[in-house]
Design a protein around this ligand. Structure first.
Ligand SMILES: [Zn+2]
Ligand SMILES: [Zn+2]
Length: 336
């Protein structure tokens, strides 16, 4: 099994939340949340094409300045997606700097900021370096309901959780995993080459079996014939990211849907169950609830983060409580 992305926490679980999703073929990455990103190298940050921000509490957004500054000399755009009001907040952040040194000879770095309202992208703005980052309204891309982004290979599902304010949770879902059997390719006397990428793309797009695939220097072959032989098709990878959510049934239901059967779930585990009053007051999940959600969602791997500093002297207790609850077979004992 080869993954589309390699996801990992940006920081240790007591520091700012965030997940870096590195694409297998390099040159590209996605970030969930934008808190302290000093643990990432400049090279890693320059690969980031899209950032999905849960909400703009300071521990989820302070990395903006470093990322933005690094990208100033980058010719390709950076897209940031966050909750309602996000594009305006990004604009205010940019307006806090002075841009008199930019002109028509500058690299025309373009920043895009978009609001996701819980079901769709509702607003979008563009900021170009050559226009001193003046705000320009653009039409937000139109995706099916519940998607914050969509490309040929993957989609980003998003839901708005209750954290006193909307806090977005995200799941990257690879459309389909399409791999090539090299041995079969040789047996069929078919040459490797860029045509295989076109064939894989046709499979992901769900094109019909009689769709013709051109092989340079050869005859055409039916997509259906490749699917039955040289192409191996499997369900795609799913990675979910859930943070800053009140421990209430409405949030639980939304998270279960978002994280269903995910290969990997990154989920906040802020307080121990014994401190549930604190979790309720600050609108965060307990470790036990996070573990039981991961269990019920049927995820393969779960990674806890966003630990409260009150447990620094016993750093493993939150992880232990989460895994105990995740592994439990008797769901009846879990909090509803
Ligand atoms: Zn928060
Ligand atoms: Zn937070």
């Amino acid at each position: 099994m080869s993954w589309l992305v390699q996801p990992r926490l940006v920081n240790d679980p007591f520091s700012d939340p965030g997940v870096y999703l590195d694409f297998r073929y390099g040159r590209r990455a996605i970030l969930f949340d934008l808190g302290d990103v000093n643990a990432l190298s400049s090279r890693e940050l320059l690969r980031v094409s899209h950032v999905f921000v849960s909400h703009t509490h300071v521990d989820h957004m302070t990395g903006f300045d470093r990322l933005f500054r690094l990208c100033l000399h980058r010719p390709y755009p950076l897209t940031l997606i966050g909750p309602p009001g996000f594009a305006a907040q990004v604009e205010h952040r940019i307006r806090g700097f002075t841009w008199n040194l930019l002109d028509e000879n500058s690299v025309d770095f373009c920043l895009r900021a978009m609001d996701y309202d819980g079901t769709r992208l509702a607003k979008a703005a563009e900021f170009h370096a050559r226009q001193a980052f003046a705000r320009r309204e653009i039409e937000p891309p139109v995706f099916p309901e519940g998607l914050a982004w969509m490309e040929d290979e993957f989609r980003i599902e998003a839901v708005a959780l209750d954290h006193g304010i909307p806090s977005l949770a995200f799941a990257l879902r690879e459309v389909l995993q399409v791999n090539v059997w090299r041995g079969v390719l040789n047996e069929l006397d078919l040459p490797p080459g860029p045509w295989l990428n076109e064939a894989k793309r046709a499979v992901r797009l769900g094109l019909p079996d009689d769709h013709p695939v051109d092989i340079p220097g050869r005859t055409r072959i039916r997509l259906g014939d490749l699917k039955g032989s040289a192409l191996r098709i499997a369900p795609g990878q799913a990675v979910a990211y859930v943070t800053d959510a009140a421990p209430v049934p409405e949030n639980r239901a939304k998270i279960l849907q978002l994280a269903r059967e995910a290969d990997q779930l990154f989920i906040e585990a802020v307080f121990l169950e014994r401190d549930r009053p604190l979790a309720l007051a600050s609108l965060h999940l307990t470790a036990r609830e996070a573990g039981s959600i991961a269990h019920e969602a049927g995820v393969k791997f779960v990674t806890p983060f966003h630990h409260s500093a009150r447990y620094l002297s016993e750093p493993d207790v939150l992880r232990e409580e989460l895994f105990e609850s995740f592994r439990a077979t008797d769901r009846e004992v879990m909090p509803a």
